[in-house]
Design a protein around this ligand. Structure first.
Ligand code: SF4
Length: 450
């Protein structure tokens, strides 16, 4: 057992099932001095818009903001690779004193002339919010001159949480949606939202939908293209994964174009199958869609089940800790880990809301620790106390797991391994097995907080 105390102001953001009354606080700014695992508002916008591959992404700020988010996702493109470049106005002291608008205008024009993008995003970072550059008017001026959408993203890092960055990204995209022709889009059509094509996952999901006889109009934003986003208002359904990042845009499209949405997850056999069935159900006027869906699900499960059973034999009884960006992902992960015989002893998220945590509480066993906006010490403390064998998180959690001498599985946006869909579940099981059962942990020092 560790006896590290937790910060008093953080007490209500930590809950242990069965040990206290449920009264969690969440959706608040990170506590100064707590060293939150959360990213800033700008980073939130960047991760959502980054995969739009034929757009130019210019970060208006000091070079550090650009380098911090350079190539931030393992999001693949089947064509242009412009998204992988990280352009910055590289604001210096002189710009902070005299303003950066001139520099922004010049770099914008120069980059558009050189790369001929189909749209351009301009991200406002902390310092831009402080010096008050008029990013909107520069964007409008360049847009008029160059004839492409040039969109400001109001993502000043200090002005909220990562979730506000998601919203700023959705607001920017909402300006493009509805500006293209919807001619030729049929009744059986949808948009995939909140799927970022990490390691090609959007292609896997798109393939399922196409086999169901459905047309995918646009993916937000994996392997994204500006022209597809422009005509996405012609789709008959929005299917939203990663709801924290995309619900705002789904709501806008519902209100403005009357497009209904459903929330899904593509992770784990149970939720993947539910996603396909829910979509088929939506198109129940076309019974052939459900028939095709049943065949796909049956075939896919039959193909992976025998191997999963083998992994389950060795992983049964192992304990896992989960710390993710959006809580919705944690729900699927708990189910997927249970299907491998594993128990979740810690579950937390950077941006969960009260309903998310209520549901997490219902899903978890007694004794499970639930954390909102955690810091490294809290995560390490509870991992050690609860005897976790595996930590599932992102790039910032990986070193913590290795220092504690336990297995790690990257489930965040930097990874290069597809974990969505049925084939993704197989990859996940293999990754968990390889890490948890690695002989290297025998040589790790005793698990304790330093
Ligand atoms: S926007 Fe602000 S908080 Fe975010 S990386 Fe830049 S300076 Fe840091």
């Amino acid at each position: 057992m560790t006896n590290m105390p937790i910060l008093k102001e953080r007490e209500k953001q930590i809950y242990q099932k069965g040990a206290q009354a449920f009264d969690m606080t969440c959706e608040k700014k990170s506590l100064a001095g707590s060293v939150s695992q959360r990213a800033c508002v700008f980073c939130g916008s960047r991760v959502v818009l980054y995969p739009i591959a034929d757009a130019l992404h210019l970060i208006h700020g000091p070079i550090g903001c650009a380098s911090y988010t350079w190539d931030i996702r393992g999001a693949l493109s089947s064509g242009p690779q412009l998204h992988r470049m990280s352009f910055s106005t590289d604001l210096k002291e002189k710009d902070i004193i005299f303003g950066g608008e001139k520099k922004l205008y010049g770099s914008r024009v120069q980059l558009i002339d050189k790369y001929h993008p189909n749209a351009a995003f301009v991200y406002a970072t902390c310092i831009v919010g402080l010096i008050g550059d008029d990013v909107d008017s520069i964007c409008k001026r360049v847009s008029d001159e160059k004839g492409i959408p040039v969109l400001p993203v109001h993502s000043e890092g200090f002005k909220g949480t990562k979730k506000d960055g998601y919203k700023a990204a959705c607001d920017a995209m909402a300006h493009i949606v509805g500006t293209g022709s919807i001619e030729g889009i049929g009744e059986l059509s949808l948009n995939i939202m909140g799927e970022f094509n990490i390691a090609g996952e959007a292609w896997i999901i798109q393939d399922y939908y196409e086999k169901m006889g459905l047309e995918v109009v646009s993916v937000f934003t994996g392997d994204g293209r500006v022209d597809k986003i422009k005509r996405s208002h012609g789709a008959k359904l929005n299917v939203v994964q990663c709801s924290g990042s995309m619900m705002h845009l789904a709501e806008i499209m519902k209100e403005k174009y009357g497009i209904p949405y459903i929330r899904v997850s593509y992770f784990g056999i149970e939720d993947m199958s539910k996603a396909l069935y829910d979509v088929a159900e939506h198109f129940s006027d076309h019974p052939e869609v459900m028939e095709k869906t049943q065949n796909i699900v049956r075939k896919e499960i039959q193909a992976i089940n025998p191997v999963l059973k083998q992994y389950k034999k060795v992983l049964s009884g192992k304990k896992a800790a989960i710390y993710v960006g959006g809580a919705f992902k944690a729900f699927s992960m708990i189910k997927a880990l249970r299907s491998l015989g594993m128990e979740v002893v810690l579950a937390g998220s950077q941006t969960g809301n009260k309903d998310d945590y209520k549901l997490l509480r219902e899903m978890c066993n007694d004794g499970t620790v639930i954390l909102d906006d955690a810091n490294p010490l809290e995560l390490s403390k509870y991992c050690i106390e609860k005897g976790a064998d595996l930590f599932i998180g992102g790039v910032k959690e990986r070193p913590m797991a290795y220092k504690m001498g336990i297995g790690f599985c990257d489930h965040n946006h930097e990874r290069k391994l597809s974990l969505a869909g049925y084939s993704g579940m197989l990859n996940f099981a293999k990754e968990v097995y390889s890490s948890v059962k690695s002989p290297v942990w025998k040589f790790a020092p005793e698990k304790k907080l330093s």
